[in-house]
Design a protein around this ligand. Structure first.
Ligand code: NAD
Length: 498
């Protein structure tokens, strides 16, 4: 076992923890403990927040052009570090290297968007709103903010928030997932090399104790959380009760509706890519295919053929699909497969029998396809977060739509069809935050915003794009008059504009 311990990043340097608590970090492809991660206690939480609070006044007053220069430098460094970052992600998360590179690329988009912060922060100005009176609006940063991220995107999800928060003049404390903590430290080093002053970006490693410390701390002004729905609900409630601005993105169960006129080859490819990519550990993964009418039999056959051809193994070996993140999670997903079979679903491809291309005893489960799944089965109701694709058969578009809209989650969905009018109707009628038309994982580009409906998001504001800029800033409106020698005398009435 490698005894190295991943530390925190405070005041511009990696610091070891002094709480006495650490956790194992695994290499999921071999099943071995690769290193430890420090788990913050009260002293480290205080130190991290104090550093972010001390850095805020100077960063807030740093000119927009200087802040933008740091953003541009960070963008360049991040781009150049893509392979290094991807290797770190694969070693701790398990996803295949090309997938890890893809997540960095999507995070990079947000850094690029944040380079335009000068334009994004522009306010409005109205001359002569009343006689001799002008009005203008400005947006100001909030202060130190917390970002709490999940294991499944150790680079991309922090990058959804951090560049915009920093560009807007805030300081950030990032609490990454304890399962894959190292990517955050590389991001910290890149920010430093880009010229970001110490304390503007802090990494606090840990678990619930670190999260609770941030949620309760009076100096933290806003919280962006991404993770499972029960924790998102908890974070939303607790941070809200502490008077903070909060956006908490939760879990998902994404449906792909397939109409009888869909292009079968394209649809089967999309279902496999979106169902089994990253071993299904994506909040925008497709986990339910809703097959309408006669398309079901040929579609299931086409998906099964492709799923059987996938190579599962160590993400560093050019495989299609890597392991799950921990042994416990792999076992939980396998239990869902067994429960689905017991409840009457037809097991078409059984990933539990996979022989992975890997050394050691990694946390592997191969692509799994269940047909004839019905809405009361746990394999349908629960977010499984693994490489398990369920097919629900329905008779009509209306039945498919009702199914999607009745689900507790509303993160992403897709429709596959050759009929523009049907797609347009779906786009209008479906109650889900992100919709794809013949696109299975409709993660919005950085100048739109990311967010689900219902139990997939708590709070009002979506992530990144202009909604992200709004989340990390507060509006202020200034009404001003400059003396020009005229006097209007006393008038105690409520001011009217004329
Ligand atoms: P998780 O909820 O277990 O953990 C998320 C973060 O919360 C981590 O930093 C973790 O340390 C912390 N945490 C865990 N339990 C906590 C508790 N009881 N109190 C306080 N903090 C706690 O989620 P995960 O397993 O890391 O990530 C997978 C989940 O994230 C899935 O449900 C997935 O759908 C969701 N996710 C959602 C989105 C989205 O945009 N909606 C994106 C990515 C992942």
């Amino acid at each position: 076992m490698n005894a190295s311990t991943v530390g925190h990043w405070i005041d511009g340097a990696e610091v070891p923890g002094d709480s006495g608590r650490t956790a194992d970090v695994f290499d999921p492809a071999t099943g071995k403990v690769a290193r430890q991660v420090a788990m913050a206690g009260p002293a480290e939480i205080e130190r991290a927040v104090a550093s972010a609070a001390a850095a805020f006044p100077g960063w807030r007053d740093t000119s927009l052009s200087r802040r933008t220069r740091v953003l541009f430098a960070f963008r360049e460094l991040l781009d150049a570090a893509t392979d290094e970052l991807a290797e770190i992600i694969t070693a701790e998360h398990g996803k295949v290297v090309s997938d890890a590179q893809g997540e960095v690329a999507r995070g990079l988009e947000v850094a690029e968007f944040a380079c335009g912060i000068g334009h994004l922060l522009k306010g409005g100005y109205t001359e002569n709103a009343s006689t001799g009176v002008d009005v203008h609006s400005i947006r100001q940063p909030l202060g130190p903010v917390a970002v709490i991220s999940p294991f499944n995107f150790p680079a991309m999800v922090p990058l959804w928030f951090v560049p915009i928060a920093i560009a807007a003049g805030n300081t950030v404390v990032l609490k990454p997932s304890e399962k894959d903590p190292s990517a955050a430290l590389l991001l910290a080093r890149l920010w430093q090399r880009a010229g970001l002053p110490d304390g503007v970006f802090t990494v606090l490693q840990g678990d619930k104790e670190a999260v609770d410390g941030l949620l309760d701390h009076k100096s933290i002004k806003a919280v962006s959380f991404v993770g499972s729905t029960p924790v998102a609900q908890y974070v939303h409630q607790r941070a809200g009760a502490a008077g903070k601005r909060v956006q908490a993105l939760g879990g998902a169960k994404n449906h792909m509706v397939v109409l009888p006129d869909a292009d079968l080859e394209l649809t089967a490819d999309a279902a496999v890519n979106a169902g089994f990519g990253s071993a299904g550990e994506r909040c925008m993964a497709i986990s339910v295919v809703v097959a309408v009418g006669a398309v079901a039999d040929p579609l299931v056959a086409a998906i099964a053929e492709r799923a059987r051809g996938l190579r599962t193994g160590d993400g560093r070996r050019g495989c299609d699909m890597g392991p799950l993140v921990t042994g416990a999670h792999r076992d939980k997903v396998a239990d869902y497969v067994a429960a689905g079979e017991r409840a009457g679903a037809k097991l078409v491809v059984d990933g539990r029998e996979v022989v992975p291309d890997a050394d050691g005893s990694g946390f592997f489960l191969g692509p799994t396809l269940l047909d004839h799944v019905t809405p009361e089965m746990s394999v349908y109701t629960d977010e499984i977060f693994g490489p398990v694709l369920s097919v629900v058969r329905v008779d009509s578009y209306a039945e498919a739509l009702d199914l999607v809209n009745a689900n507790r989650y509303g993160n992403g969905t897709a429709i596959f069809t050759g009929d523009g009018a049907a797609a347009r109707r779906f786009e209008n009628e479906v109650e889900v935050g992100m919709v794809g038309v013949n696109v299975p994982i409709p993660v919005p580009v950085a100048h739109y915003s990311f967010g689900g409906w219902r139990d997939s998001l708590f709070g009002d504001t979506h992530a990144y794009g202009t909604e992200g800029v709004h989340f990390f800033t507060r509006g202020k409106v200034v009404t001003s008059r400059w003396p020009d020698g005229t006097r209007h005398g006393l008038d105690l009435g409520f001011p009217r504009n004329d």
